[in-house]
Design a protein around this ligand. Structure first.
Ligand SMILES: Cc1ncc(COP(=O)(O)O)c(C=O)c1O
Length: 321
């Protein structure tokens, strides 16, 4: 197969059977390996869709600058498509982002601004407001993945149809981490349109406000957590809660330990948020039978967390081992 551009390799990621924690009763549990995307995460779908759309509509042109805040994966995706399409990119990211991700973003040629991890959503020193303000002041194209409906549409157009086709319409349960909510919102809207009985399970982190929002509870004071990519300290517009049937929270420790177990037992090398999804797949699987077909999103790979959850010293220093 010949491809004319690396952009042609976005999506069409494989579904691989997951066995760790899944009862051996014929139940089908598969994970969607988003680390097979060109920059190694689900965010290639969003970045490609948003940037290509803006170029096609003339909202962006060669030489322009794009900006966003990110826990890292969007940064490498945006930086890569910026280089593919002749744009400049600026990425703001909190200090907790792994060094591997920061180095990756720089490798694609982006300018990167590190912000304090503890700065809140509304704090101008935090990565979210800093990106919004820089965009306004300098007339940059603001991707703003947290509020962008194009982020949701990217998954409605790609992730949802792929899963539907790959499972030949047999999917019964979809388990998905929520960061911006884009993956969950777009994919689950598509899946529910095909079959309204598909059960949508969202995965949040301990310390995030999203699960309380989804359940209609008063929002708690957000706490810091170590998992990258899922959870949020504020509400965002890409999260459409009407598609979600259940939401569960996972602790840092459980997510990291599970990601490591799966890598050792099955060779599937997911990141921390994949570990969180696998924990909830196990929980949901306990009540399922052979006629169920569960799909979980593994949004990125472990290679970018070698200095974190795959490092024994880091795990011990943080009390996870
Ligand atoms: C590692 C990882 N997992 C899960 C997600 C969640 O995806 P979304 O932002 O579409 O909710 C992200 C998003 O950045 C991520 O980087």
């Amino acid at each position: 197969m010949l491809y004319e551009s690396i952009a042609d390799l976005v999506g069409n990621t494989p579904l691989v059977r997951l066995r760790t924690g899944i009862p051996e009763n014929g139940l089908r549990a598969y994970v969607k390996l988003e680390y097979n995307n060109p920059t190694g995460s689900v965010k290639d779908r969003m970045a490609y869709f948003v940037i290509k759309n803006a170029l096609d509509k003339g909202e962006l042109k060669k030489g322009d600058t794009v900006i966003d805040n990110t826990s890292g994966n969007t940064g490498s995706a945006v930086a890569m498509f910026a280089s593919v399409f002749g744009l400049k990119s600026i990425i703001t990211t909190p200090k907790k982002t792994s060094q591997e991700k920061i180095d990756l973003i720089r490798s694609y040629g982006a300018e990167i601004i590190i912000t304090p991890t503890e700065a809140s959503h509304d704090d101008p020193e935090g990565c979210y407001m800093m990106a919004r303000n820089l965009a306004k002041e300098n007339n940059y194209f603001d991707i703003n993945q947290y509020d962008s409906q194009a982020n949701v549409e990217a998954h409605y157009n790609s992730t949802g149809p792929e899963i539907w086709e790959q499972t030949e319409g047999k999917i019964s349960h979809f388990v998905c981490g929520i960061g911006t909510g884009g993956t969950m919102s777009g994919t689950s809207r598509f899946l529910k349109e095909q079959n309204k009985d598909i059960v949508i399970v969202a995965v949040d982190t301990e310390g995030s406000v999203l699960s309380d929002y989804i359940k209609g509870n008063e929002l708690p004071e957000p706490q810091l957590y170590k998992i990258e990519g899922i959870g949020s300290d504020a509400l965002v517009k890409a999260l459409h809660k009407e598609h979600i049937d259940f939401v569960y929270r996972v602790s840092d420790k459980d997510a990291f330990i599970r990601a490591r177990e799966i890598t050792r037992a099955e060779g599937i090398f997911g990141g921390g948020s994949s570990g969180a999804v696998a924990c909830i797949m196990e929980k949901v699987a306990q009540d399922l039978t052979a006629d169920s077909f569960m799909v979980g999103m593994f949004s990125d790979g472990g290679i970018r967390y070698l200095s974190k959850c795959y490092n024994d010293n880091w795990m011990k220093e943080n009390g996870f081992l």
